[in-house]
Each structure stands twice: as structure tokens, then as C-alpha cells.
Design a protein around this ligand. Structure first.
Ligand code: ADE
Ligand code: ZN
Length: 340
């Protein structure tokens, strides 16, 4: 059954909505860029890099993640990073993706906004023309930095306004509550950006409430700690506020001890608009398909549940309604016979 499930899943058109581009930096690319840019790393082989993928919490991961991103310097580095992920999309039949880009990560290394965007844009346009890849970018801010620093980055993004569909907020959640970025979200909304935010990954359910009420976001990245507040789960379900859930990430970062304890299928059954995503696939042991396979294997996720989760991803995307409907009917015609 597992092999059949894998073949069936691989063939379906899918969307991914929660992916940090720096989290898709594979060990071989990290090493080759470090060599090219003469950046010293404490690793000299793919095996050594991959041996470091043991995390006890979000912060222990972020330390390695920011070290990894320090090898990205020129336009071609950003092109290759983006192209490596878009080729994975092609391989896994992820026909639409929404990718978080974090300019504040590169700024301390002297990387200009325009250098980063030129590389990303070249890869995105190439993937679109070669195999019809659909990609949207999310301008994601680092919450361990100040709101003033985020506002400077928002201003630097102005010449590239058309390249981004939304803003997001990532990095260390504990101690950096949504309220810290209220002004940023208000300003971005006034400029027409849509909005998402990491909340309820390591932080409490209250951060999800505050994200909805104070930041007025349309969707929540992770959000799995919503189950600690029944009223919140009711609100998420009633208002169909999407959660971009990342199962393998949650296990690697010890949000749940084991996949058997993961709550995504319970949330799905309670009517929450849950979606499946990979977050930082190079570091967490799997891309989108592997996340679905883990749920099938460890939680007994059915084809019907998988189909609903995939349909939810198109529904929860920042695409215009017409595009969402096109993808939904393509999915429908390829999955005929599976009851929802
Ligand atoms: N940045 C990259 N991955 C992240 C995660 N899982 N949570 C918060 N910030 C991140
Ligand atoms: Zn994330």
C-alpha cells in the first residue's frame, strides 16, 4: 500500500506554502558556495554537514541555518539556491509554491537587495518558461531583530514591490510576540501586501490570537499549539483561517516528540483548513512528498485525507480566485474516484 500511495501522491499536482528558501540549501551546495566565496565553515564534507542536523529546539536549528546562509554572496549563488528548490518542485509535482525570502539574513554579509532579487528572479522566470512553474514570494522578516530594522527592510523592498505577494515573520518566536510588529504589519497592509506569520510553533496559543487580532494576518505558519485553546480552534475552523503545518520540521525541532503524536489530522478532522509543507527541507529530512509519506506511514493518513490537505493548499494560497479554481479542477480530474 505504501508504494501505491507514494506513486499516487507523486503524480498529483500539489502546492507548497511554507518554505524558507535558505532552508532548501543542500549540503553539497553549501560546501561548493563556501569554497567559491572563500568562507570558512566547520565542515568539510556532506557527511559532516548532515551530521550537524540534530536539533533540540528552534534556536539550535536557527544557529546552523544562519551560518549556512552566510555562504550566499553573489547573483549566481541566489540563482542556484532558488533553482535547486524549483527543480525539486518539478520532481515532486509541486505546481505552485510560495517561498519565504529573508533579506535581513544576507544584509550583514554586504549583500544588496538587488543582487539577491536578481538571482531569485532569474531562476523563477526560467522555471516558469521551461515547465510552467508558478511561484510567489513572501517578504519574511526576522523577529529577533527590532521593528525599526524590519521597517528599513520594508522600505528597501519598495522597488521590488511587485515581486512579493505578502509579508511574513519568522525566526525565534519565544519572547518576540506579534505585538512587537504591529506597525510593520499595518504599514505593509497599507501598501497592499497580504500577510502571514509564524505563530504557535514554539510560542503559546495566545500568539495566534494576537496575530489574528493585532497583525490581522490571513493565515498562520505552523499554528499547531492552537489545540491548547478550544475557542481558538473553533475560530480557526469557523473562519477557515489556514494553518501551514510542517510535520517533519515539528519532529526535528521537538515541537512533538514523535510523529505519532502530531495533531495535524485531528485539526483537519475538526474542520481547520490545514495544509502540509516542508519548512526547511534540506535540514529536516524531506521535501513535501516525504512529509505526506511520514503522515501516511506514522499516522495512517488516508488517501482521502491527503487529497483534502492538497486541495486545502490551493485554497489557502495567495493566488487569485481564478487560478485557485484552475488548480482545484486539475487536481479533481487527476484524483477521480477518491471520496472526500
Ligand atoms: N526560519 C526557518 N525555519 C523556521 C521555523 N521553523 N520557525 C521559525 N523561523 C524559521
Ligand atoms: Zn517556517
Amino acid at each position: 500500500m505504501t508504494i501505491e500511495f507514494e506513486a499516487w501522491l507523486s503524480a498529483l499536482p500539489k502546492a507548497e506554502l511554507h518554505l524558507h528558501i535558505d532552508g532548501s540549501l543542500q549540503a553539497h551546495r553549501l560546501l561548493s558556495l563556501a569554497k567559491k566565496n572563500a568562507i570558512e565553515l566547520p565542515y568539510s564534507s556532506v557527511e559532516e554537514v548532515e551530521a550537524a542536523y540534530e536539533f533540540e529546539d528552534l534556536q539550535s536549528f536557527l544557529d546552523l541555518y544562519y551560518l549556512g546562509a552566510s555562504v550566499l554572496i553573489d547573483e549566481s549563488d541566489f540563482y542556484h539556491l532558488m533553482m535547486d528548490y524549483l527543480l525539486k518542485c518539478k520532481e515532486q509535482n509541486i505546481v505552485h509554491c510560495e517561498i519565504m525570502v529573508e533579506p535581513q539574513t544576507y544584509a550583514p554579509n554586504g549583500v544588496e537587495f538587488s543582487t539577491m532579487m536578481a538571482g531569485f528572479d532569474r531562476a523563477i522566470k526560467q522555471a516558469e518558461s521551461e515547465w510552467g512553474q508558478s511561484t510567489l514570494l513572501i517578504l519574511s522578516f526576522l523577529r529577533h531583530l527590532s521593528e525599526d530594522e524590519a521597517l528599513v527592510t520594508l522600505q528597501q523592498a519598495e522597488p521590488f514591490r511587485e515581486n512579493f505577494v505578502a509579508i511574513g515573520l519568522a525566526s525565534a518566536e519565544q519572547g518576540n510576540p506579534p505585538k512587537k510588529f504591529e506597525q510593520l504589519y499595518a504599514m505593509a497592509r497599507a501598501q497592499g501586501y497580504r500577510a502571514t506569520v509564524h505563530a504557535g510553533e514554539e510560542g503559546p496559543a495566545q500568539y495566534i490570537w494576537d496575530s489574528l487580532n493585532d497583525l490581522k494576518v490571513e493565515r498562520i505558519d505552523h499554528g499547531v499549539r492552537c489545540v491548547e485553546d478550544a475557542d481558538l480552534v473553533t475560530r480557526l475552523a469557523n473562519e477557515q483561517i489556514p494553518l501551514t503545518v510542517c510535520p517533519l520540521s515539528n519532529i526535528k525541532l521537538c515541537v512533538f516528540d514523535t510523529m505519532q503524536q502530531h495533531n495535524v489530522l485531528e485539526l483537519l478532522e475538526q474542520g481547520v483548513l490545514t495544509t502540509i509543507n516542508s519548512d526547511d527541507p534540506a535540514y529536516f529530512g524531506g521535501y513535501l512528498n516525504e512529509n505526506f509519506l511520514a503522515l501516511h506511514h506514522d499516522l495512517g493518513m488516508t488517501q482521502s485525507q491527503a487529497l483534502k490537505l492538497i486541495r486545502n493548499s490551493f485554497e489557502a494560497s495567495f493566488l487569485p480566485l481564478g487560478k485557485k479554481q484552475e488548480y482545484a479542477s486539475a487536481l479533481q480530474s487527476q484524483s477521480a474516484g477518491i471520496k472526500l
